[in-house]
Design a protein around this ligand. Structure first.
Ligand code: WAQ
Ligand code: MG
Length: 636
């Protein structure tokens, strides 16, 4: 239910190690209700650290005691281009704060590498002051005030965590400065912090790939004060007010640093070139310029219509007759006879009064959501909805309530508990794009109607696939339609563009209010005419839909015989692998065996839920499907 501000705050900490060596640690202060999720997130983080898999994870929940609030240190950035310059700058900054032996302190830095905490060093005599020199001093019981208020968010964000730690440490009695280099091999930015000079990010302080990192806290004062300094750092609960920081999420300051982080996490992406028409087989460039044939198990062209001669000819003919581009937005010069004809045809095919074309399916979702919801409204969105729906929700400015995947009871409870909002909109994928399962449309519509909410269903992966003749979920369930059915021309319809099937009134509303419709150039006549021709083929050749379904059934059955458990309600067959790098390796191994299969990873799916996503086409042969099963059995 809604967050209660009064729920008490608790300190959570995580430590992970392997063979006694520190791998990862984190500190949080969260509301009591967020504790279970925080523990789960931190455990997941411990298990997926680039430094290795831990054999020991320690999770602790503690009472904070009296909490104090501190204002975050001022942040400034010092651009450096290599580690030597970075270290030199760090020493200069310390020297400028009256720390005379900065060069010697920098030389001590490597001694802090193996510690779980920081060295505590006398800024003048350079003596080590911690009671346990193998452990160091560990700052705990701290978080940003913003993350306490906003709920748990435990993904590693180097900067967000460092500013909290640095602010706490800088405010500890007797501390005159701090020096920090991350121990993450792929994170090269470090900082020098002092109470007066603030937090100085130094963009490059070590080489990419270097696992050496540590911290030094510099102390100045009598020995009797050390115990209180350590108590403050280790036990005083502190909330750091970060509201004045321009952003809590800068990662590496440099583009190359950020790319390095992406690569280190196994999340790099590249466009790959297919040197052949869309279809179940593709030519790709191989070693030494050789071309290889791959069986494509990754295309959304489910009915193999993108290269159908009738569809291709319609595009060519439209290009000759109407031009390659539309020359303007739909409301200016971009409406031609093919646009009008396709909208009419789509409405008739889907059983709606009207249809509105968009340039892409992504824009259709963004366009519908931003038109229908705004600040003061509520959107209820399935947690596994496609990125274009998520982006539409964000752009709308409405408050977004995310409900549990496909859980109509959860949706119903959340709708019932939010009766005040001006307008309530519920949005779901019809076929979930990464899991292949389908929405229970009759129950979804019941829940929406019972609560007076507008319903939006995205049938991007359902059109041409779900229902006996490919008309989608309403056909499959024999039920009514949502207020808006979103669809795409770019998948089973073999062309490109998106659409919304709606009432006449809703169409008028979208044309007047939907910014992606109003401000994008209309799709060109060739792609519009191609989609129209594909729709005619689909209507005349429903055997394609039946054939697709048989192929999916065949693949699922063969996979389960091979011991690979999968389920789907569409043409998307997910094989969950879990680890990101494993999924990528499996996709590569499949490619070596002649199959093009997508490895789907974070951020498209949750971290640790990476998968191979097989997409079936009506024109795949049984041999192709059997051979991909055999290959899959070998690689996963
Ligand atoms: N208390 C004391 N020392 C700690 C703590 C702690 N809570 N956490 C980490 N350390 C020590 C430990 O020796 C680590 O090896 C070392 O610091 C580095 O820790 O603005 O990510 O968590 O973008 O790797 C700086 C951000 C990121 C710069 C620092 O540190 C920026 C970072 P890491
Ligand atoms: Mg680290």
């Amino acid at each position: 239910m809604e967050d209660s501000k009064e729920s008490r705050a608790l300190c959570v900490k995580m430590r992970a190690s392997c063979d006694g060596a520190h791998i990862s640690g984190a500190e949080r202060i969260v509301r009591e209700r967020a504790v279970p999720q925080t523990l789960a997130d931190l455990a997941a983080r411990a298990l997926h650290h680039s430094k290795g898999t831990p054999d020991f994870i320690n999770l602790k929940v503690e009472e904070p005691g009296a909490m104090i609030r501190l204002k975050a240190l001022q942040v400034t950035t010092v651009e450096t281009s290599d580690p030597e310059e970075g270290r030199r700058k760090a020493a200069e900054l310390l020297a400028a704060e009256g720390i005379d032996r900065a060069d010697e302190i920098m030389a001590m830095f490597e001694g802090s590498y193996s510690l779980r905490g920081a060295m505590l060093v006398d800024a003048d005599t350079l003596e080590r002051l911690e009671p346990d020199r193998a452990r160091g001093v560990r700052a705990t019981r701290m978080d940003s005030a913003q993350s306490l208020e906003g709920g748990a968010n435990c993904g590693k964000n180097h900067f967000a965590e460092a500013i909290v730690l640095a602010t706490k440490v800088a405010n500890a009695p007797g501390i005159v400065g701090e020096l920090c280099v991350s121990d993450d091999p792929d994170y090269v930015t470090g900082y020098v912090a002092t109470k007066s000079g603030g937090y100085r990010r130094i963009t490059v302080v070590k080489r990419m790939g270097d696992p050496g990192g540590g911290r030094i806290f510099l102390y100045r004062g009598p020995r009797e004060g050390v115990a209180e300094t350590i108590r403050f750092i280790e036990s005083q609960a502190v909330l750091v007010d970060c509201s004045a920081l321009s952003s809590m999420t800068p990662r590496s300051a440099s583009i190359s640093g950020e790319l390095g982080e992406i690569a280190a996490a196994g999340l790099s992406r590249k466009c790959r070139e297919l040197e052949s028409p869309t279809g179940p087989v593709a030519l790709v460039g191989g070693k030494a310029g050789a071309r290889r044939e791959l069986v494509v198990m990754a295309s959304n062209d489910y009915l193999d219509l993108a290269r159908d001669p009738r569809v291709v000819e319609a595009a060519a003919e439209a290009a000759r007759r109407w031009g390659a581009g539309s020359g303007g937005s739909r409301l200016t010069t971009g409406t031609q006879p093919p646009h009008v004809a396709l909208e009419r045809h789509l409405a008739q095919f889907k059983g709606s009064e009207a249809a509105v074309l968009y340039a892409t399916g992504y824009m259709a979702n963004v366009g519908v959501l931003t038109a229908l919801a705004k600040k003061g409204d509520l959107i209820f969105s399935d947690e596994l909805n496609h990125a274009s729906i998520i982006d539409g929700c964000r752009l709308s400015g409405a408050e977004v309530v995310v409900y549990r995947h496909a859980d109509m009871d959860d949706l119903s409870a959340r709708l019932a508990s939010a009766r005040g909002a001006r307008r309530r909109v519920v949005v779901s994928d019809g076929v979930f794009s990464m899991d292949g399962d389908i929405l229970d449309l009759p129950r979804f519509l019941d829940v929406c109607r019972a609560n007076g909410a507008l319903s939006i269903v995205d049938e991007a992966h359902a059109t041409g696939v779900v229902g006996a003749t490919g008309r989608g979920l309403a056909e499959r369930f024999g039920c009514g339609h949502p207020d808006v059915t979103v669809g795409t021309l770019s998948k089973a319809l073999g062309s490109e563009g998106g659409f919304a099937c709606v009432s006449r009134e809703m169409a008028d509303y979208l044309v007047n209010k939907s910014r992606p419709f109003i401000f994008s150039t209309a799709p060109g006549a060739p792609s519009v005419a191609a989609a129209d021709a594909a729709l005619y083929v689909l209507e005349r050749e429903p055997w394609r839909v039946a054939r697709l379904r048989e192929n999916v059934g065949f693949l699922v059955e063969r996979l389960s015989r091979a011991g690979v458990k999968v389920s789907t309600g569409s043409a998307i067959v997910p094989v969950v692998v879990g680890d990101e790098r494993k999924a990528v390796a499996a996709a590569q191994a499949l490619e070596e065996r002649g199959f093009l299969v997508s490895a789907i990873r974070y951020p498209t799916v949750a971290k640790g839920a990476a998968r191979l996503r097989l997409a079936v086409m009506s024109s795949h042969t049984r041999e192709q499907l059997e051979s991909v099963c055999a290959a899959l059995r070998d690689v996963v």
